[in-house]
Design a protein around this ligand. Sequence first.
Ligand code: GLN
Length: 199
Amino acid sequence: MKIGVLAVQGDFAEHIAILRRLNVECREVRLPEQLEGIDGLIIPGGESTTLSRLMSIYHLREPVQAMAAQGKAVWGTCAGMIMLAHEITEADPVPLQVMDIGVRRNAFGRQIDSFEQDLDIAGLEPDPFHAIFIRAPVVIRVGQQVKTLAALPNGQAVAVRQGNLMATAFHPELTDDTRLHQYFLDLAAEPAGPPGRES
Ligand code: GLN
């Protein structure tokens, strides 16, 4: 199994460090040909407008969309979640539109409003997951085929899955908890089929 981490911007190094701890072969992806032969792709957090522009410049948009449509596992965290969305409340960036979710950027305010929250995540029971939100987005529309894996105490969805696709509003790569990365590896190991399928 080989996992790619989009490495054009953002905290890709931290994702790679966790994957290495889990003994997974991984590859930094900056060019379309580096998507060939990988079983899953992580789009890290960072700044989604920059991510989006660099993905266009390096011709990564279409091949990543194709990967998602083929049933390969794709996981977006934070800015990566914004990129996977079908629609966002802002004009910029233009998302990849591969997941049936609507997302609001910077939903909790500015950098200073970043926070940490213990979450119950479906599939990772029984222990809560300590989630770090940094200028985080939130899911404001969850499509019919999309399963909410975790929500904040106020009910806002912050971890979702649609078949082979997964999105989290927080930064699991900044904690020592490897469970979400393991969850993603399990997804990548048994392709869930095209994203229409529920869980
Ligand atoms: N606020 C950033 C954006 O809108 C996302 C922040 C993050 O990835 N931690 O792109």
